[in-house]
Design a binder for this molecule. Structure first.
Ligand code: PLP
Length: 390
């Protein structure tokens, strides 16, 4: 067998692969498992989107190579969507890149913009794909802790001046995976000021843009004046339209970053199957009731989980967006020992917070991706454990 390159070996290990193995083993052993561990939406893609794919897949035009950088109608649909939803003007020709899911863009951006040894500001806890792109670019990470007492927003005043001098890129993500926190306009204003002062490029990951609770509609980074001068936003169809398997998303914003992403993609791929591009445009421009019902589903699951946990004496904070709850583990446990404990004692799977970074080490993430019946069942199993979170 052949040796792996140093570059490949330098990539962070995929922490959640071990979680998937544990789940498989527990299921194979015949346990009745309730899986809150993963982030895969459990509902199907809305029918009108699937129907559009079916029709589009019959069209010979879609059997040919699509344009390298994606169809114009799709980028125009993204522009219309941003105007309609956020009142933001986007030039479809220069300010939109079509991605193979949000993941594609997040991993591609660091090698597009960084040289070896450059510094990147990364939220901790955070989505692990940020680390992968940084490793591919052979750049360095400086972690920005997201703490509960600061509503899980990074405190820019705490970043050492010499790091800010060196930093070239910053990842942010609101609504946040894993903490369920949201950002407001003030925070984004502060971010833009920091970016302008230090010549930083901001990548705002808006994967959960559609999912806000208690009537709150998450704000787009691009709504903040000056945002396009300093960065981009990643929008994905995966969570908003239950299209995780379709692998399509967008980078939107600063034209020089969009051009860099397009350039690297020119070398790596020809764009996505045309029928998927048509279906994605249909999702963005067609009926939007599917989003209302998706948000309602997650809202009732969130309410059920949080009120159920409160009833049994667990003092947990309700997430404001995304589809995750972020729970502090009881005294004496780490995120890993508590996850193992829940799996072994009551067959409930949660994601250990350490998988999202060092600051996640005292938390577990609970995904709201299972039915209300199963959430109730999980709470009744937890009640029997007789342990408390305060
Ligand atoms: N960003 C965050 C914070 C996520 O949680 C996910 C998926 O779980 C993604 C990006 C990537 O989504 P996709 O590649 O399916 O668009």
């Amino acid at each position: 067998s052949f040796e792996q390159s140093q570059l490949l070996q330098s990539l962070p290990r995929q922490f959640f692969a071990s979680l998937v193995k544990k789940v498989k083993k527990a299921v194979d052993d015949g346990h009745d498992i309730i899986n809150f561990g993963q982030g895969n939406p459990d509902s199907p893609t809305p029918k009108h989107i699937v129907d559009r794919l079916k029709i589009a897949s019959e069209l010979p035009i879609n059997h040919k190579y699509p344009p390298f950088r994606g169809h114009d109608y799709l980028k125009e649909a993204v522009s219309t969507f941003y105007k309609r939803e956020y009142d933001v003007d986007i030039d479809p020709k220069t300010e939109v890149a079509v991605l193979f899911g949000g993941k594609g863009g997040l991993v591609e951006i660091p090698p597009c913009l960084l040289n070896p040894g450059d510094t990147v500001l990364v939220p901790d806890p955070g989505y692990p794909d940020y680390w992968s792109g940084v490793a591919l670019a052979r750049a360095e990470m400086h972690m920005m802790p997201l703490k509960e007492e600061h509503s899980f927003l990074p405190q820019y005043d705490n970043i050492p001046e010499e790091i800010l001098q060196k930093a070239k890129l910053m990842f942010l993500n609101y609504p946040n995976n894993p903490t369920g926190a949201i950002a407001d306009l003030n925070f984004f204003n502060e971010t833009i000021q920091l970016a302008q002062t230090h010549d930083l490029c901001i990548v705002h990951d808006f994967a959960y843009g559609a999912i806000g609770f208690d009537g709150h509609k998450p704000i787009s980074f691009l709504q903040t004046p000056g945002a396009k001068d300093v960065g981009i936003e990643i929008y994905t169809m995966s969570k908003s339209y239950n299209m995780a398997g379709w692998r399509i998303g967008f980078a939107i914003g600063n034209p020089s970053v969009i051009e860099a992403i397009n350039l690297i993609q020119d070398h790596l791929y020809v764009s996505i199957f045309g029928a998927i591009q048509e279906a994605a445009a249909e999702a963005l421009l067609g009926p939007q009731e599917c989003i209302d019902s998706l948000v309602e589903t997650y809202q009732s699951r969130r309410d059920l989980l949080i009120s159920g946990l409160h009833e049994i004496g667990w003092n947990v904070t309700a997430p404001k967006g995304s589809f995750f709850a972020w729970l502090k583990v009881p005294e004496g446990f780490t995120s890993e020992t508590f996850s193992d404990f829940l799996l072994e004692e009551i067959g409930v799977i949660v994601a250990p917070g350490i998988g999202f970074g060092e600051y996640g080490g005292q938390y577990v993430r609970v995904g709201l991706l299972t039915s209300e019946e199963r959430i109730k069942e999980a709470i009744s199993r937890i009640r029997k454990l007789g342990i408390f979170l305060t």
